[in-house]
Write a protein that binds this ligand. Structure first.
Ligand SMILES: Nc1ncnc2c1ncn2[C@@H]1O[C@H](COP(=O)(O)OP(=O)(O)OP(=O)(O)O)[C@@H](O)[C@H]1O
Ligand SMILES: [Mg+2]
Length: 273
């Protein structure tokens, strides 16, 4: 059981889409936490298509005097029909995110306790460096993944953050999650240039991503020359399944602190070579 945080360096590479997509293929019960400090409420507007009024969220947790685990339970809504994915709505503005400053550390501890409720946690921490960024959640997660595309502007944007992560080691167990590997840089290139281990990749598949990103109907692939493919066998969903397996395997293999230090050190040595 684990807490996994996803964030980006710049340019909307697909953090929210990937967090949600991973949750729906996750092998266990999972709680998705929107901790994006921009307050964009991307899941409410996207997957839920603005049809559900946000009546709860992290801001309520910030001002509660009651038990945080109980409040998390009370504020969590179910996503999807199977009931395995819970969603904790985030701040609705940057001002709310700033008001959550004193919440992040106790929330980190409470999220670690989700384990006892049989749930893993996937945190959408949004873009790094924004005021109100949930730093304690990023630092304390069992795995913190910098999500990035693999083109040159994305590499340029991620490079400084990757260097900070390597040099200052704020995250217990850092890694990369690539969206669209090989466009043009491969996972190997990216790991070498950024000096962090590539833990997982997901396919660049705009049509399927739109299902998670803005609640579109799943695309139908039914041309006369092509076998009909369903949403479940799309490039994106298959890659999300592989990514979920890769993340679980990495977490099972790696008790966070020592192994991550070793992999980051190894990757750093490659960068310097
Ligand atoms: N795997 C993917 N393949 C193709 N397009 C994708 C993929 N993931 C996300 N996208 C698209 O990228 C855009 C941004 O996605 P998303 O909102 O998830 O990014 P983000 O990193 O959370 O952005 P922000 O920093 O603004 O919150 C959307 O148009 C979405 O459909
Ligand atoms: Mg987002």
């Amino acid at each position: 059981m684990a807490v996994i945080a996803l964030c980006s360096a710049q340019g909307s590479p697909g953090v929210t889409t990937t967090a949600l997509g991973l949750a729906f293929v996750w092998p266990r019960h999972v709680l998705v936490v929107d901790a994006d400090p921009t307050g964009s409420s991307a899941v409410m507007a996207g997957w839920l298509r603005g049809r559900v009024a946000q009546t709860a969220g992290l801001i309520d947790l910030a001002f509660t005097t009651g038990s945080l685990p109980d409040m998390i339970e009370a504020q969590t809504m179910a996503l999807g029909s199977v009931g395995r994915v819970g969603f904790l709505p985030g701040p609705q503005s940057n001002a709310q995110a700033l008001a959550c400053r004193d919440l992040w550390s106790p929330l980190r501890a409470a999220l670690a306790d989700q384990d006892a409720r049989g749930r893993d946690v996937i945190i959408d921490a949004g873009q790094l460096g924004i005021p109100g960024s949930p730093q304690p959640l990023l630092d304390g997660a069992d795995l913190t993944l910098l999500v990035t595309r693999t083109h040159l502007p994305a590499v340029a944007g991620a490079r400084a953050w990757a260097e900070t992560v390597r040099r200052e080691a704020p995250w217990r167990n850092p890694g990369l999650l690539l969206v669209g590997p090989g466009q043009p840089y491969t996972a190997r290139n990216m790991g070498k240039v950024l000096g962090l281990p590539v833990i997982a990749t997901v396919a660049d598949d705009l049509a399927t991503a739109a299902v998670y990103h803005r609640g579109e109907q799943p695309p139908r692939y039914s041309g006369w020359r092509w076998p009909r493919r369903r949403f479940e066998t799309s490039h994106l969903v298959r890659s999300l399944r592989s990514a979920a397996t890769a993340i679980s395997t990495h977490l099972n293999r790696a008790p966070a602190t020592t192994s991550s230090a070793t992999t980051v050190r190894a990757a750093s040595q490659e960068v310097n070579s």
